[in-house]
Structures are given as structure tokens and as C-alpha cells.
Design a protein around this ligand. Structure first.
Ligand SMILES: Cc1cc2nc3c(=O)[nH]c(=O)nc-3n(C[C@H](O)[C@H](O)[C@H](O)COP(=O)(O)OP(=O)(O)OC[C@H]3O[C@@H](n4cnc5c(N)ncnc54)[C@H](O)[C@@H]3O)c2cc1C
Length: 616
């Protein structure tokens, strides 16, 4: 029966990086000169093999074992120790971290793909890598030379782990309500006091020290996010010669008993119970939230990636199972009692579930890879205009990656569970764990509703909708360029209809804002996020489908197969199956998936504000 280890669609991944993004072109720039297309593809292949062979076997065991506190410190499942060490030795935990501090230095897109595989193999372990890299990058950007020297290479080698401490018991979505305090001691050193909760990888025995990045308010600073500053707060202080010093008065108060990600310790941490917890400032006072946003933006894309990782793993599992599970007869031969039972993949309803899953997974992959690639293009941009363009796209697409992909990933896993019937609900197959693990992704790093408010409030409405106009311009370019495309023209027309609907929604937004205020806009912010994100993913899938269509024609003429009809032709060429499938998933996504997200906006279009007025 189905493999319990990870499998993922490596063909779609290589198509995305080679044929679509053509990531090898980064080699033309000094920063990535050593990474040609072949090298990049090899890194991806080996990173994925590592995830499948070394990480994936730990998924169920570490879920069963969970984490525990012993003598005030967290112990993770024993089976995680070896893959953790190997990931750092082989570079898979710091694939796109800077070489200056011991990272592999590969493009961000490549690091993200390796993380896609590792997350799918064991999300709890993948979170350690992501948080440690994120915390180290904060030190790289905002830290003094002393902090950089003490921490970064050890974090990129896995000797120290890292965390991101924003949440407090009374400050969840509203980070600015945090009351953890910082008292100046001089020379960038502060005394930290307060409690942080829900801290992922909050403590463990994987590294020899834990480096917390902590938001706190310097005494006398204003309320809200503007008064927050960011500090490096190690569990053990680090001496000037790099050796571990005294305990820094950080206490692990407890760990959470959660629905999923059991291999990831989620801790409540007390800082300064004995009034002896030191923090070193990153950047300057009051710059905390800006600095943390650097980490949060990447962390949000990486959280969106969880939707893709989990959804992708669920699809592969469900597909394999559907080929193997024999049940019922083919519906078109149901009256023929001599008919043998068939694999469930022959049942139309199962096929519909599978194409729903496959098309959504490919759409998530397109959106997330494209966004990650904007980071790489921003880094090599040669003019300030070009840099700004890339940054604009990152700003706009980040809440879409986080908000949409996590929700869609969960839909995909839940559909996969359905495809597997009763066994999907048992621990004999990975789907039930994938579902429990994926469930957190729509909550942490800012819930879906918070992403939607970010998208509308900070990205769409601001500057008279400048970012929205940029996106619409990109959409229009594709429409103008490909409207007359022989095979894709019909889908481009459908896409154009969605663009018009988006445009109308944006126009009515201003009117509603004037008449009913921000409350009415906020009411439909999440349906809007779901719709605009699906249209954006559709735009990217269309680009891929154009390539697929043109490649299919080339294969036909190269192999002299012009006269064969489609179904015979694809049987003659393995690549043709992939490209032909790409056309089908794109068509299905445009014709059948986007309308589901479009429908969510119906109440908004009718200006139904009952939710604001109803008595609950
Ligand atoms: C397993 C796990 C790991 C975590 N890891 C970390 C971590 O490493 N570091 C860290 O700092 N935090 C972490 N968190 C905390 C996480 O980021 C918060 O749980 C999340 O931001 C939501 O905050 P909350 O739980 O207080 O919910 P609340 O803020 O109380 O929200 C409850 C509900 O109200 C909605 N809501 C709240 N405010 C608004 C608003 N203004 N508009 C619309 N809707 C709103 C939310 O969308 C949600 O549906 C983690 C949480 C969990 C469960």
C-alpha cells in the first residue's frame, strides 16, 4: 500500500525552475556566478533526496514521541538529532544563507524548494531550520559586529538554534499590546523582563544554546508597535572568546499540548524572573517592528510554503493510494455483473478530488516560487527602479502566499484524506498527521484574517492603490500578449473576466469605504484575499501553460507526430504527458477553481453587511 514516506512532484519542480523561471540566468550575476542551471538542479535534487531518505522516516516517530521538559529544559524526540546534524553538515538547513557565515549561498528560490521538501517530510524539524536562519539573518542585518561575530556562524552551523518572540498572553494578533520591558544598561545592553508565549523551537537539546530574538518596550517608549525594540537574548550568555558563559535568566515555564506539530516544542518563556536577563539591541530603539518585519515577511512566505509542502505531500499520497485501492466497478459498466472491481482512481468523483488537489498544488507552487524568485531578482537588480519593482511585488504577494496558500494547502490535505476513505483517518497513513500539522499554518505568523487586512489596508488601499495597479498592469500585459494564442486564447478571455471583476471590486471598495467606513471593507477582506490570490496564481499558471502548449507543439514536430490525436500522442512521449497535464490543470484551475474563490465575494458584491448588524 501507499508509502508513508514523502514523495513530491519533482517533474513540476524542475519545470518551474528550468522552463518557466529559468533560474539559471542568475549565473550571469556576480552574486550567483557559481550557480549554473545544472548546479542548481543538482542542489534541488539532492536536497529533496535528503528530505525523503533522512528526514521523512522521522515524521511519525517524532509525532508520537513529542517533546518533554526535563530539569527545566526541553528534550525533543531522539530520532530528530541525527537528521538535524546531517542537515547542517550537508548544508540543507542553510541552503540560501550567506557564505560569509558558512551558508551555501544559493538563491532564495532554491533554499525555499529544499525547505518545501523538508517541511513535507517533517514540519516540526523544518521549523527549527527556518526559525534559526530567520533569527540569524536579523542579526546579520541589524546586529553590531560583536553580535554578528558571536552568533551567526554558530547558528548557520546548527550549534545554536534561534527563535522569534513576539506573542505574549495579551498580545497575539495585536503585537503592539506587548508589555515585555527593556531597561537601558548602556552600550546597547538592556535588562529584559516579561513573558513570551507560543514560542516555536522555544527550547531544545538540538543545539548547545538558544538565541531568542525578542520584541520588548524600552521604559518610557510609546505604546503600540512604534514603541517596540528588538533584542538578541541568548539562553546562555556568550563570552568574548566564543565559549558559553552564564545562564541568562531565561526560564522555560511550560510547553504546549497541541493538536499537531508535536515534534516542535512551543514554549512559554519567562525572561528575567531573577532580574538578571540581558538583551542586546538589534538596530536602534523603536526600530523593533520594522526589523521584525524583515524576518516576518520571509517567515510568512515560509509559512505559506507549509500549505504547498503539506498539500503536495497529501496529493502524492492520495494519488498513489487511489491507484492501489480496489473498490467498486467502473460506473459506465455498472450493470455488467461480470465486471471486475477497479482501482478507485477510475471513479469520476475520486478523479475530480484529485484534479482539485493537483491543480491547487501547482497553483500554490507557482505563486510561492514566483514570490521567492522576486527576492533573488531584487538582490541582483542593477537600478533602484528595478529593486523597487521587485520589492513592490514581494510586499504585495507576501500576504497572498501566507493567507491563500495556507488555506488552500489545508483544503488539499482535507480532500486527500477523503480520497483515502477510512484509512486516511488512521495513523497508518500520513494524511491524518499532515492535516493536524498543516492546521497551524493558517493561524501562526498572523492569521488569514490578519493577512487579509494587511493586503487591503497596507498594500491595496495605500498610495491610491499603486501596488494594485502594478499587479493589474502585469495581468494586462499577459492578456495583450496572448489573447490571440491559438490554444490559450479562450482561457486568457476567462482570465480577463476575473481581472475585470477585480477592478470592479477595487472601485466599489472606495465607495464602500466612503459610505460605510473601514469596518465594511474589513468584513470582506478575507474573501477578497482568497479571490485576488487565486487570480494571481491563475496568471502564473497561464504563463506556464503557454510554455507547455508551445513545448508540446515542438515535441510533435520534432518527433514527426503531427498527425496523431492528443490521446495517442501523449502515450508516445513521457514529457508530453507532463505538458498535456499542465494544460489540463491550468484549464481546470481557471474554469473550476477560481470561481469557487470568486463566489466567496458574493456577499460583498451585494453589499450585504448583515454580519455587522446581526445579534450573536
Ligand atoms: C503552535 C504555535 C506556534 C506559534 N509560534 C510562535 C512563535 O514562534 N513566535 C510568536 O511570537 N508567536 C507564535 N505563535 C503565536 C501566533 O502567532 C498567534 O497565536 C497568532 O498570531 C494569533 O494570536 P492569538 O492566538 O492571540 O489569537 P487572537 O489574536 O486572540 O485572535 C483570535 C481570532 O480573532 C481574530 N482577530 C484578532 N484580531 C483581529 C483583527 N484586528 N481583525 C480581524 N480579526 C482579528 C484572529 O484572526 C483569530 O481568528 C504560535 C502559535 C501557535 C499556536
Amino acid at each position: 500500500m501507499s508509502s508513508t514516506n514523502l514523495t513530491l512532484d519533482q517533474r513540476d519542480i524542475s519545470f518551474a525552475i528550468r522552463d518557466w523561471l529559468q533560474i539559471g540566468r542568475l549565473k550571469n550575476y556576480k552574486k550567483y556566478a557559481e550557480f549554473d542551471q545544472t548546479t542548481l538542479e543538482m542542489i534541488v535534487e539532492e536536497g529533496i533526496s535528503f528530505a525523503i531518505e533522512v528526514v521523512s522516516p522521522t515524521r511519525a516517530e517524532s509525532d508520537r514521541n513529542g517533546c518533554r521538559i526535563e530539569n527545566g529544559r526541553v528534550k525533543v524526540s531522539e530520532c530528530l538529532h541525527k537528521p538535524y546534524q546531517r542537515a547542517y553538515e550537508l548544508g540543507w538547513a542553510s541552503t540560501s544563507n550567506s557564505q560569509e557565515y558558512g551558508g551555501m549561498g544559493a538563491p532564495a528560490t532554491i533554499g525555499l524548494i529544499v525547505s518545501e521538501a523538508i517541511n513535507g517530510a517533517n514540519l516540526g524539524l523544518g521549523m527549527f531550520f527556518g526559525l534559526t536562519s530567520g533569527a540569524a539573518k536579523l542579526i546579520e542585518t541589524y546586529g553590531s559586529e560583536m553580535l554578528k561575530g558571536k552568533y551567526i556562524s554558530k547558528m548557520y552551523k546548527g550549534q545554536y538554534t534561534g527563535t522569534m518572540c513576539l506573542s505574549e498572553p495579551h498580545a497575539g494578533s495585536d503585537v503592539g499590546a506587548g508589555i515585555t520591558s527593556a531597561e537601558r544598561l548602556g552600550d546597547g545592553v538592556y535588562k529584559i523582563k516579561g513573558t513570551k508565549c507560543w514560542i516555536s523551537s522555544g527550547d531544545s537539546d538540538l543545539g548547545e544554546n538558544v538565541i531568542h530574538t525578542v520584541l520588548a518596550r524600552v521604559k518610557g517608549a510609546p505604546n503600540g508597535t512604534k514603541g517596540l525594540s528588538l533584542f538578541v537574548v541568548p539562553y546562555f550568555r556568550v563570552n568574548d572568546d566564543g565559549s558559553l558563559g552564564e545562564w541568562n535568566d531565561v526560564t522555560v515555564a511550560s510547553i504546549e499540548n497541541k493538536m499537531g506539530i508535536h515534534s516542535s516544542p512551543t514554549a512559554v518563556l519567562n525572561f528575567g524572573d531573577n532580574n538578571d536577563c540581558m538583551g542586546w539591541i538589534l538596530g536602534s530603539e523603536g526600530q523593533g517592528i520594522t526589523a521584525m518585519f524583515q524576518m516576518m515577511n520571509t517567515a510568512r512566505i515560509y509559512t505559506g510554503l507549509i500549505g504547498l509542502s503539506m498539500g503536495g505531500a497529501a496529493y502524492e499520497n492520495a494519488k498513489t493510494y487511489a491507484h492501489e485501492r480496489i473498490q467498486g466497478t467502473n460506473i459506465s459498466k455498472i450493470r455488467d455483473l461480470s465486471q471486475q472491481s477497479v482501482a478507485i482512481i477510475e471513479h469520476p468523483a475520486v478523479r475530480l478530488n484529485l484534479i482539485n488537489m493537483k491543480s491547487r498544488v501547482e497553483a500554490m507552487r507557482a505563486l510561492i516560487y514566483y514570490t521567492a524568485f522576486q527576492f533573488d531578482l531584487e538582490r541582483i537588480a542593477e537600478t533602484s527602479d528595478e529593486k523597487e519593482n521587485r520589492q513592490n511585488m514581494i510586499d504585495l504577494l507576501t500576504p497572498m502566499c501566507k493567507g491563500w496558500c495556507t488555506e488552500v494547502g489545508l483544503e488539499v490535505v482535507q480532500t486527500g484524506l477523503q480520497v483515502m476513505g477510512g484509512v486516511g483517518y488512521t495513523k497508518d497513513f500520513p494524511l491524518e498527521q499532515l492535516y493536524r500539522d498543516a492546521r497551524i499554518s493558517t493561524i501562526y505568523e498572523g492569521t488569514t484574517d490578519i493577512q487579509a487586512l494587511d493586503l487591503i489596508g497596507r498594500k491595496i488601499l495605500r498610495n491610491d492603490g499603486a501596488l494594485f495597479q502594478i499587479l493589474m498592469k502585469h495581468f494586462s500585459e499577459l492578456i495583450t500578449e496572448k489573447k490571440d494564442h491559438e490554444e490559450m486564447g479562450h482561457l486568457i478571455c476567462i482570465f480577463e473576466g476575473y481581472c475585470e471583476s477585480l477592478f470592479e471590486t477595487s472601485m466599489s471598495t472606495q465607495k464602500i469605504l466612503n459610505e460605510r467606513g473601514m469596518e465594511a471593507i474589513a468584513l470582506y477582506a478575507t474573501p477578497f484575499l482568497m479571490f485576488i490570490s487565486s487570480v494571481t496564481a491563475g496568471w502564473l499558471l497561464l504563463q506556464q501553460a503557454v510554455i507547455a502548449s508551445e513545448t508540446l507543439s515542438k515535441i510533435r514536430s520534432k518527433e514527426g507526430l503531427e498527425d496523431l490525436d492528443d490521446s495517442d500522442f501523449i502515450l508516445k512521449n513521457e514529457n508530453a504527458i507532463f505538458y498535456s497535464n499542465k494544460l489540463k490543470t491550468t484549464r481546470y484551475f481557471l474554469e473550476a477553481v477560481i470561481p469557487q474563490y470568486h463566489a466567496l465575494l458574493e456577499g460583498g458584491k451585494k453589499q450585504n453587511f448583515d454580519a455587522l448588524e446581526i445579534t450573536f
